[in-house]
Each structure stands twice: as C-alpha cells, then as structure tokens.
Design a protein around this ligand. Structure first.
Ligand SMILES: C[S@@+](CC[C@H](N)C(=O)[O-])C[C@H]1O[C@@H](n2cnc3c(N)ncnc32)[C@H](O)[C@@H]1O
Length: 386
C-alpha cells in the first residue's frame, strides 16, 4: 500500500530518515510530504512513532479530470462502501490548486454528493456529514487536472501529542521542535540545553527522542481506529513493541528561561510527558548560563519580533551572539527565529542556514559551530546535509 506522510516545509529529509528507520519502503521526499509504501502495520507505526509527520494519508483513488463534471463521475466510481458505513459520519478536506475551480469549497461539495449518492443508490441510506467530529476524514487533493482522494489515518494532527498541559505565548510546533533536535545531530548522550525554553517544547521532544518514547503514546485517538479494516490486535502489538523500547537514558537536559511562568510551564509539560526526571529546569537569563561540560548542543528559539515583543530586541540578539561566543566554545548551537533582520544582530558566522516553518510562520534556522581560540573547520557535516 502507498501512503503519504505530510510534514512542515524543510523537514522532508528528516521525515524520510524516520520512515526508513520505521521499515517503510520506496520512500520519496516531496514538497511538505513524503510518500512511502508499507503494510497496515507500517501505517500504525507511522502514526504512533513518527516525530516529524503532521498526518498520514492513504490514497484510495487517483485520476485525471478534464472538467468539473468529471470530478463527480470519477468520485462516484470509488467503492465508498469499502471505507465507510451509512451510519458513520464523514467530512471532506479539500486542498485545491487548479484553474478549473475558482472556489476550494465547490469540489468538496461535489465529492460529498458523490459519496452520498453512492450510498443512497445502493443501500437506501447515506452517511451524514459531520465537520466537527467526523468518523472518517476524506482528503481531496486537486493539482491542475490530477485528483487524489485519500483517507486521513490521523485526523487529529500528530503534533497534538497529548502531553501538553501548558501553552506559553509562542510555543514551537512539536513537530518542528522534534525536527530541530533531529537536524542538530545531537548524539543523545552529550548535554543539551535550551536557554529560552518557554513552555519546554524543545527539551520535552529531546527527552522523548533520547528515551525512545513514541510520541503517539500519549494519544488515545487516531483516524484509523474508525476504519473498516482496523485491526485492534495488530495495533496493540505495535504499541507493546514500541513501549518495550522505552529507555531511561542517563542524561540531563537543561531547560531555562528568564520567566518564572515559563519554567513552571516546562515542568508541567515535562511531568505530563513522563520525562520530568530527564529535564533540569531553572529560572535565569541566558546571559548568566555557564555550561557544565566542554562540549554539547544548544538549541534556542528566542522571542520573535512578530510574536513576542522583547523590550529591546536588537540588544537581546546581540547578547545572544556574545554569550554564545564567550560561554559556549565547543558547543554546536542552533538558533531559530522568524525575524531575518534581528537574527543578523547575533553577529556570528553561521556554518549553515535553512528555512523552516513554525505553522505558517517562516523561520530561519542558523547553525553555529563554536570554537575556542582559532576557528578550525569542522570535519563533521551537519545532520541536515547527510
Ligand atoms: C519564543 S519563546 C520560546 C518558546 C518555546 N520554544 C516553546 O516552545 O514554548 C522565547 C522565550 O525566551 C524567553 N526569554 C526572553 N529573553 C530571555 C533571556 N534574556 N534569557 C532567557 N530567556 C529569555 C522568553 O521568556 C520566552 O519564554
């Protein structure tokens, strides 16, 4: 079976690597998505274990259309009875990039009619539409003439891990936070610090990675639970096998923030994710931090001009550059910010730069290899180039 895992822009490579480790085959990175093949078991593992996937779709029909009328005809030929029952509810999520349709909603209504008519003609009853809490979510993707109709096996996006108790003002998406940790090349043993931790998304995702805790283990809902082919025994086996791999690594991840509320939020989220013992929290300014080891990783997400308004953003970013340079020689530092101008105030030469998205917000990720004394070129390639 072929599937499509959707992700955030810039994380396609990390997601492809995750899928390879999961046992998926024929992995093809696309734009904001990765296509792969596998069994029902692979699909359950993908939903339960992937850290950088937003949702996993199962295409059920792919066809070309020459006119809007063709959409109804081809959608009516899909054997809808294989995927849902008349007493279930459904919703259609249209993603339309085609000059054939001026309103995105219209093709969704056409496919809704095709589903309803299919059941009315064969069973005399039809499933109802429920936009708020549907049993089955049908994803309709139209790119020019090419139509892909898929079932959404996740329904609730996978970044909604289920452990978050506290939100903070500008939290990173969990998928992006996990992606940063995976992109950093962190060896899962050396010290890792987030000195502007906010609600603690980076430290919590790092602790879940180091302890091999499946990110899906806090959730009790996945779209595939309502599918006609749902295999409960198989899903229980997948959960058992993944659960048995959870470790208690001997490491401490440092999480600090100038705000007392942020430290409380990080603690609450870490405890809720059962990784409280791996995360050391402290209230202090970044300027006060001295690393306890000569080497390590630092990942930080300073306030963005757009979303948070630090009293003097320029001097905050200049301070970040000075502290990184003087206090963290030997460290690999990753800084993510949506403000291209402010980030220049750091004043250090990044070894790598890439664009990522935090939801719809475009961000720049900078990587710094920090050295004491003379700069030597690192022999190691950054993880995102491997
Ligand atoms: C964009 S938020 C971080 C959000 C976080 N990544 C999350 O997912 O919740 C930036 C954080 O930097 C903190 N901060 C601002 N100035 C600081 C400083 N000088 N030292 C330490 N933390 C600071 C703020 O209190 C805020 O919590």
């Amino acid at each position: 079976m072929r599937f499509l895992a959707k992700t955030l822009y810039g994380l396609e490579g990390v997601l492809s690597k995750e899928l390879g480790e999961l046992g998926a085959a024929d992995i093809k990175p696309l734009n904001r998505a990765v296509s792969f093949t596998g069994s029902l078991e692979t699909l359950y593992r993908a939903n339960y274990c992937l850290r950088t996937a937003m949702s996993v779709l199962k295409p059920v029909a792919v066809f070309n259309i020459g006119s809007p009328d063709d959409l109804y005809k081809s959608a009516s030929a899909i054997p809808w009875g294989d995927f849902l029952d008349p007493d279930q509810t459904f919703s259609i999520v249209p993603v339309v990039h085609s000059p054939m349709f001026s309103h995105t909603g219209y093709p969704g209504l056409v496919v809704k009619d095709a589903v309803a008519d299919w059941f009315r003609n064969r069973k005399g009853r039809r499933p109802s539409v429920n936009v708020g809490e549907p049993d089955i979510v049908i994803n309709l993707h139209i790119s020019n003439r090419l139509v892909t109709v898929s079932l959404d096996s996740s329904v609730v996006p996978l970044y909604k891990r289920g452990y978050r108790k506290e939100q903070g003002e500008a939290p990173l998406n969990e998928i992006l936070a996990a992606g940063l940790v995976l992109l950093s090349g962190w060896d899962r043993k050396s010290p890792l610090t987030d000195p502007m931790c906010g609600s603690g998304t980076i430290p919590v995702e790092a602790a879940l990675i180091a302890s091999e805790t499946p990110p899906g283990s806090f959730r009790n809902f996945f779209g595939f639970l309502k599918w006609k082919d749902f295999d409960e025994k198989l899903f229980e086996r997948v959960k058992d096998e993944c659960g048995r791999k959870i470790l208690k690594p001997g490491l401490r991840i440092q999480a600090s923030d100038i705000s007392a509320d942020a430290v409380i939020q990080t603690r609450a989220n870490a405890e809720s994710a059962s990784v409280g013992d791996l995360i050391e929290t402290r209230q202090c300014s970044f300027a006060e931090i001295r690393p306890e080891a000569p080497r390590g990783w630092l990942i930080m997400n300073p306030p963005y001009g757009q979303r948070l308004k630090p009293s003097d953003p320029d001097s905050l970013y200049t301070m970040i550059g000075t502290v990184l340079k003087h206090n963290f020689p030997g460290f690999t530092a990753l800084v993510i910010s949506s403000d291209k101008e402010l980030i220049k105030q750091i004043g250090l030469k990044p070894s790598e730069k890439r664009t990522l998205f935090n939801g719809s917000l475009e961000c720049t990720l900078l990587r710094y290899e920090l050295y004491e004394g003379t700069r030597k070129k690192s022999a190691e390639k950054p993880a995102w180039d491997q």
